[in-house]
Design a protein around this ligand. Structure first.
Ligand code: NDP
Ligand code: GDR
Length: 372
């Protein structure tokens, strides 16, 4: 039975990857952070009591900032595969907490690699690094592929650049089987609430149910290549099953704007929007209501405004990936389009919003966080 260790198992990708590996018969170990509240909402459905004979799912307390802890866990688990998905993964937050982001995202990767080497596991353990399209930042070539030069535009991206190269370096210096997956944005109903797609689907579903009035957004001209997290974790596993380690771009090859995503979300909720004015004055107004999904929304209601608070000190305006190498070498093709994924996310957030509305109608107030 193969053993995998996943950092970031409580996150979006970690939860889907854990499901995939359990379905493939792996014993799955995950590192979770100590938190004052439960933080395992995304993996509760696969949790197994370790006292149960044959349990194949185990969580360890840990943190990417703590080398002795990482070394101890690696010594205990001796994994065949390590997936380093743990990170302070929010680009805007990395401008607020640059040093912490570097510690976790850059040094955390080094700590794991060094622990593998220190324990003499470099011939046994295969290593996957969650690299990112943010490395391309100010893009030098479109579409972006494995050979496109990097120009990171945030403390997050700069930290991930270190992680990318230290992964390559340990492969070249010590013969470690180590791969970078350069993944473009991927989303799902499990996406964190402050990333743009989820902020839109959750916010608009709340507006439809009368729980919020308006969505406040940053740069809605930004262009992204969005895929579904389920497709992308499949690729993370495939990368570690090759004969020789290599780095791959994972993307759909199709690009849309944040404004498109707002329009699709509204359409799923039976709302037709009109975008008026431009720049910081831009608003989205309800032009037509075509179903009864959004009973609380009025014609001409302003459902989106720009709030410059969400602009970034340096923006990545456009990203579009070229997944040719992944398709030709590994036979990987994404199965879900961005628009299909949007529909899935809206359906999930609408379900929650309806539940919240019902609770509110019965005098039970639930907090609806507006921060994004
Ligand atoms: P999430 O933000 O959903 O998950 C991040 C995970 O890292 C969480 O489990 C989080 O724990 C954990 N984590 C954060 N800080 C630490 C720390 N100090 N020590 C240990 N664990 C920590 O990210 P995604 O699942 O979306 O992304 C997975 C990885 O892929 C990340 O490295 C991200 O940077 C990268 N990536 C993501 C892309 C995307 O579009 N989703 C695209 C390209 C790369 P907790 O739950 O306690 O917060
Ligand atoms: P990104 O994702 O920065 O690409 O990083 P995010 O969804 O945060 O932003 C995408 C684009 O939307 C614009 N935007 C807003 N973003 C947020 N979060 N909130 C807003 O209100 C808003 N308005 C407009 C942003 O400016 C940006 O251009 C994600 C993360 O998952 C990283 O960890 C990962 O490496 C990259 O994707 C690939």
């Amino acid at each position: 039975m193969k053993r995998a260790l996943i950092t970031g198992i409580t996150g979006q990708d970690g939860s889907y990857l854990a499901e995939l590996l359990l379905a493939k018969g792996y014993e799955v170990h995950g590192i979770k952070r100590r938190s004052s509240l439960f933080n395992t909402g995304r993996i509760d459905h696969i949790f197994e009591d370790v006292h149960k004979p044959g349990a194949r799912f185990k969580l360890h307390y840990g943190d990417l900032t703590d080398s002795s802890n990482l070394t101890r866990i690696l010594r205990e688990v001796e994994p065949d595969e390590v997936y380093n998905l743990g990170a302070q993964s929010h680009v805007a937050v990395s401008f607020e907490a640059p040093e912490y982001t570097a510690d976790v995202d850059a040094m955390g990767t080094l700590r794991l690699l060094e622990a593998i080497r220190f324990l003499g596991l470099e011939k046994k353990t295969r290593f996957y690094q969650a690299s990112t399209s943010e490395l391309y930042g100010l893009v030098q070539e479109t579409p972006q592929r494995e050979t496109t030069p990097f120009h990171p535009r945030s403390p997050y991206a700069v930290a991930k650049m270190y992680a990318y190269w230290i992964t390559v370096n340990y492969r070249e210096a010590y013969g470690l089987y180590a791969c970078n997956g350069i993944l473009f944005n991927h989303e799902s109903p499990r996406r964190g609430e402050t990333f743009v797609t989820r902020k839109i689907t959750r916010g608009m579903a709340n507006i439809a149910q009368g729980l919020e009035d308006c969505l406040y957004m940053g740069n809605i001209d930004a262009l992204r290549d969005w895929g579904h997290a389920k497709d992308y974790v499949r690729m993370q596993w495939m990368m570690l099953q090759q004969e020789a380690p290599d780095d791959f771009v994972i993307a759909t090859g199709v690009q849309h704007s944040v404004r498109d995503f707002i329009r699709w979300t509204a359409a799923e909720l039976g709302l037709q929007l009109r975008f008026e004015r431009s720049g910081v004055d831009e608003v989205a107004v309800v032009e037509a209501v075509t179903s009864d999904i959004a009973p609380e929304v009025k014609l001409d209601q302003v459902v989106m405004r720009i709030d410059p608070r969400y602009f970034r000190p340096a923006e990545v305006e456009t990203l579009l990936g070229d997944p040719t190498k992944a398709r030709e070498t590994l036979g990987w093709v994404p199965e879900v389009t961005a628009q299909e994924m949007c529909a899935e996310m809206v359906a999930a957030d609408l379900k929650t919003a309806r539940r919240h509305r019902l609770l509110r109608e019965h005098g039970l107030e639930l907090p609806v966080a507006l921060e994004g």
